[in-house]
Design a protein around this ligand. Structure first.
Ligand SMILES: Nc1nc2c(ncn2[C@@H]2O[C@H](COP(=O)(O)OP(=O)(O)O)[C@@H](O)[C@H]2O)c(=O)[nH]1
Ligand SMILES: [Mg+2]
Ligand SMILES: [Zn+2]
Length: 316
């Protein structure tokens, strides 16, 4: 085997990495040296990373190690608490699917906006999935949300694993590249994946969350290949990624609707609060921007400012 092989990390469990090599074969590899020290410091090799694999004969065995990590095209990061360094959970994603239920639990616009910001900050295309269309009152909710987010510029899908609505369309959307489903717990992410890929049998509902928290459970992240094409990143870290704060300077471009009108404000650096000649405020009053979007933007900006005051570096 030549010494210089590149591949993609498809699974990571307690220091063992399953790597899918460019020649189509799969190997298990470990970290050592500098990469191992960096991993201990929180700078992990994650699923989706492109890595160079070296191999060494030890007796009869071939030991493979990750020698190098290619620069990431995109990455999803998560903060575990105030002041903590953001940690990558997945790299080189092509698409973020933001899943929100229309009922049970009811949708929260600020939560949707946070997940969309997560996609925008790393320039990962986002798709909004409105799930549980089978529940009572869901249709009215869906009409409102779909209009709101289509106007901003996002693709929106309505789904229900119960009736099968939107499942072929979701499979089609996932059929190229690497996607990740994000969104609040209970929105139906695992149920949707099970519907797209029968036989996958991801655990769903509250029971699995409790079981997954067991102290001795080995936490693993993996990429699931779909039979219709495409891969889906499945990592336990996605549940709370939405809480990650984005720096104030980056925030406006993460709200395409606000950024679009913000160029027309009289003052540069307008915060779209009470400044005269604010084109964003005007657009909200005239119905071009949803009030909820400006509210989310303002809330996230306040968070970013509070973080900056605490001396925490915005972003990564
Ligand atoms: N009525 C209804 N229930 C759903 C739908 N999708 C998921 N659920 C239920 O919602 C709960 C949470 O789903 P789950 O997939 O575990 O959510 P996750 O936390 O986002 O992975 C489970 O009890 C599912 O059976 C749907 O479209 N309609
Ligand atoms: Mg789940
Ligand atoms: Zn303004």
């Amino acid at each position: 085997m030549p010494d210089d092989l590149w591949g993609e990390v498809r699974e990571s469990t307690g220091g063992v990495y399953r790597v899918y090599l460019d020649d189509g074969s799969e190997v298990e590899a470990f970290l050592r040296g500098r990469l191992k020290r960096e991993a201990r410091a929180g700078d992990k090799v994650v699923i989706g990373d492109r890595v160079r694999i070296g191999s060494e004969h030890q007796g009869d065995e071939i030991v493979r190690t990750i020698e190098e990590v290619a620069p990431r095209r995109t990455r999803i990061v998560r903060r575990s608490g105030p002041g903590r360094k953001p940690k990558a959970v997945a790299a080189n994603l092509d698409r973020l699917v933001v899943v929100q239920s229309l009922r049970a639990p009811d949708p929260r616009l600020e939560v949707i906006d946070r997940f969309l910001v997560l996609a925008e900050v790393d320039e990962i295309p986002a798709l909004l999935v409105l799930n549980k269309t089978d529940l009572e009152g869901a249709a009215e909710q869906a009409d409102l949300l779909e209009a709101l987010y289509r106007d901003v510029g996002y693709s929106v899908l309505r789904t229900s694993p119960v009736t099968g609505e939107g499942i072929p369309a979701l499979a089609e959307a996932l059929s190229t590249g690497v996607s990740a489903l994000v969104g609040p717990s209970g929105a139906g992410k695992s149920t949707l994946l099970n519907a797209v890929e029968p036989g996958l049998e991801l655990r769903t509902g509250i029971v699995s969350r409790v079981a997954g928290r067991g102290r001795h459970t080995t936490v693993s992240s993996r990429m699931i290949p779909l039979s219709g094409g495409g891969l889906v990143a499945d990592t336990p870290g996605f549940g709370d990624v939405g809480l990650w704060g984005v720096g104030e300077a980056e925030l406006e471009r993460c709200f395409p609707d606000i950024a679009r009108y913000g160029e027309g404000c009289r003052f540069r650096g307008c915060r779209h609060l009470e400044e005269p000649g604010c084109a964003v405020k005007e657009a909200v009053e005239e119905g071009w921007i949803a009030p909820s979007r400006l509210a989310s933007f303002s809330a996230l900006r306040e968070e970013a400012r509070a973080d900056a005051r605490k001396g925490r570096r915005p972003g990564e």
